[in-house]
Design a protein around this ligand. Structure first.
Ligand SMILES: [Zn+2]
Length: 305
């Protein structure tokens, strides 16, 4: 039974980008408020759960959350992460192709590598890889099943060598971090001069986010997502730390038709139950498709002197 009062588990924080405490409320959702900094425009959850509490959710249940498909307002995690392996790998293959165009092969660090699917592809493609994952459950799979060099640590605690990586990838992670600015600073330290960081994160400035608003899957993940970047705020934070932003693009992902239907039910249950029945009857459920609702972005930035 939980006996903690709300103030023992939550904390107020200043803006991570500009340190201002002046905000306006964007929305109340799932028992939390998402606010926007009046000074720089960064959107974030405030007050929020303390770091220890934030970490608690990344257990086995996070990756096979039974409550996921019945979600009404807020939710977290994945329905069946491991069953999505083929689609996740298709998505990562596409990202790796772009990274290969940007950089010669060398050392690559993936922060929040989960089960290690991206690292496995990169290793098989000739990269010298390293992974970090705070979920012990996912980390064990990457280490013991895929035999990848991973650490069950945050970047700050990993104490990696300075100027040692050609590329750092951080996919769908930065919005979960208690101090994204500190993590980006640490990424800059471990990157070689002219090395790249590749960040994928939800884009609260996207048209899709503005239309869906409180119904948007990414803000409904308010228990795990505590920062909501736009192209402008992410660029500002990177530039303030000594990165040059090279390009930003919309980031979609592969889904099986079956999985896309499950995600669709988060928005409109009745319609997607019907779509599911139709795709089942046509034998299309296992077909893999690239879906880009244009509400996530990938930003590529280079470490400059
Ligand atoms: Zn600010």
């Amino acid at each position: 039974m939980k006996t903690n009062s709300k103030s023992e588990v939550t904390e107020f924080v200043n803006c991570n980008l500009c340190n201002s405490s002046s905000t306006r409320k964007l929305m109340a959702i799932g028992g939390f408020n998402i606010v926007k900094c009046k000074n720089c425009g960064l959107a974030y959850v405030n007050p929020r759960l303390k770091e220890r509490k934030l970490h608690e959710i990344y257990d086995k249940k996070y990756f096979s959350n039974k409550a996921f498909n019945g979600a009404k307002t807020s939710f977290y995690g994945y329905g069946k992460y491991l069953e999505e392996e083929d689609c996740i790998k298709d998505t990562f293959r596409r990202r790796l192709k772009i990274i290969n165009k940007l950089s010669g092969k060398g050392r690559l660090l993936d922060i929040g590598c989960a089960f290690g699917f991206f690292l496995e592809l990169a290793r098989d493609d000739g990269w010298d890889v390293q992974g970090l994952e705070i979920s012990e459950y996912a980390y064990s799979y990457a280490k013991n099943v895929l035999k990848l060099p991973v650490m069950n640590k945050t970047l700050e605690k990993a104490k990696l060598k300075s100027d040692s990586f050609d590329v750092v990838t951080i996919f769908d992670v930065i919005e979960h971090l208690p101090d994204p600015k500190a993590t980006l600073k640490e990424i800059r330290r471990v990157l070689k001069p002219n090395g790249f960081v590749v960040i994928t994160t939800p884009n609260i400035g996207s048209m899709t986010a503005k239309i869906l608003w409180k119904n948007w899957e990414e803000v409904r993940r308010v228990r795990e997502h505590i920062y909501f970047f736009s192209k402008s705020t992410l660029k500002k934070i990177l530039e303030s730390l000594g990165f040059e932003v090279l390009r930003t693009e919309s980031a979609g992902r592969y889904f099986s038709v079956k999985m896309a239907v499950e995600r669709g039910k988060l928005y409109n249950k009745a319609i997607f139950i019907l779509v599911g029945k139709i795709s089942d009857s046509l034998g299309l459920s296992d077909k893999r498709i690239y879906v880009d609702p244009r509400y996530k972005m990938t930003m590529y930035a280079r470490k400059i002197k």
